[in-house]
Design a protein around this ligand. Structure first.
Ligand code: M6R
Length: 360
């Protein structure tokens, strides 16, 4: 049931405030994570996160949260690489987190087998309850996103971020990083409203998408925790609109990708104000000096500071910097969706893609 929307993807984008609330009511009542995951994060030296595609980008965001909030270093690997990588016995005590919407992705399951063979404790963060990953990981955290039908993952990604953030806050509490954990939890309380506010951008995005739909190629840039969102925005666009798109860390542009900038290539810049804003602003001014067409996503303050170089601006609701990646997911999903609408494509069933990649 598409709930009155023309496509599952659009319905699933709109489902997101409800998903955030479902996660809040399950995870914030009692000590849900402590009951589900009986790991002692004080006795772990390094987290290893494994996933594919969009789920991998959620892990990339969580990597920074683990470092910043829980003081725990985390590595993120693509399952398709991890399964064949040499094992280095460096003596560090590890726990692995495997993230998947379907719980049936072949590469992620192969990583799970490898980790079990190495006796690394595993946490599965999965949407499909009863799936192989949900059953076979040592510990299981449900995503509670409801069934996701659109091939382009939207609400499962947002749920991954929300659940990972709660796991980070739990680890931070255990490790005595109480103030940081409290800040993250407080930010998460505000998340459902901020996600709802991000949905209000929809009509402004339609017009931007119509111009983006004519491009042959698009670049997405961000810094810090928004760098993975730049890659996620690019993946979403290429999956359903078939426009070539790449996500870059903004500081990396001058090391090569800036050669791609011309007046025909739109650059979607994730630029909320915060610690890295001045750095990002100077990266964007370099793009503007080369006639790049900048589509700016930022809070009011950031948009004001860069109004002279933006060819289009989309407002992100203000929120704690820690949850900016969660809020920024929404306009990127809309953007991909409305570009594909403008191009008249089969959004819920894009060419060459399967919802669940159960073969290698
Ligand atoms: O079910 P999973 O989360 O393990 O799937 C991983 C990827 O195949 C998936 O995220 C894919 O990249 C989506 N189509 C992205 O929209």
């Amino acid at each position: 049931d598409k709930g009155g929307y023309p496509h599952y993807m659009l319905k699933e984008i709109h489902d997101q405030p409800g998903v955030a609330r479902a996660i809040e009511s399950r995870y914030d009542a009692g000590d849900f994570i402590a009951e589900q995951v009986t790991l002692d994060f004080n006795r772990i030296d390094r987290i290893r996160m494994i996933a594919c595609g969009t789920s991998y980008y959620a892990c990339q965001v969580a990597r920074r949260w683990f470092a910043e909030v829980a003081g725990l270093s985390a590595d993120v690997e693509l399952a398709s690489e991890h399964r064949y990588e040499p094992v280095v016995a460096d003596g560090l005590r590890e726990a692995a987190i495997l993230v998947s919407q379907s719980g049936e992705t072949a590469d992620t399951l192969a990583s799970l087998d490898k980790l079990k063979g190495l006796r690394v404790p595993t946490v599965g963060i999965v949407n499909q309850q009863g799936s192989t990953l949900a059953r076979e990981a040592d510990f299981f955290l449900p995503l509670l996103a409801g069934k996701e039908i659109g091939v382009a993952s939207t609400k499962a990604f947002l749920a991954q971020l929300l659940v990972l953030a709660r796991l980070v806050a739990h680890a931070a509490d255990q490790r005595g990083h109480r103030a940081a954990a409290k800040r993250l939890r407080t930010a998460l309380v505000a998340a459902p409203k901020a996600i709802e506010a991000a949905l209000h951008n929809e009509s402004a995005i339609v017009a931007v998408a119509e111009s983006l739909a004519k491009a042959q190629s698009a670049l997405f840039v961000g810094r810090g925790a928004l760098y993975p969102l730049a890659m996620e925005g690019a993946l979403k666009l290429k999956e359903i609109s078939y426009i070539h798109a790449e996500g870059f860390a903004a500081g990396e542009l001058k090391h090569g990708p800036i050669a791609l900038v011309d007046d025909k290539t739109p650059i979607v810049a994730l630029a909320p104000s915060g610690d890295l804003f001045p750095k990002l602003a100077s990266n964007l001014r370099e793009i503007a000096a080369r006639n790049g067409r900048i589509i700016l996503l930022g809070d009011r303050k950031a948009l004001l500071a860069l109004s002279d170089i933006a060819s289009a601006s989309l407002t992100l609701p203000s929120c704690d910097e820690l949850i900016q990646p969660i809020v920024a997911a929404v306009p990127l999903q809309f953007l991909a969706y409305y570009v594909a609408v403008a191009r008249g494509l089969d959004i819920d069933r894009p060419r060459n893609l399967a919802k669940s990649v159960t073969v290698e």
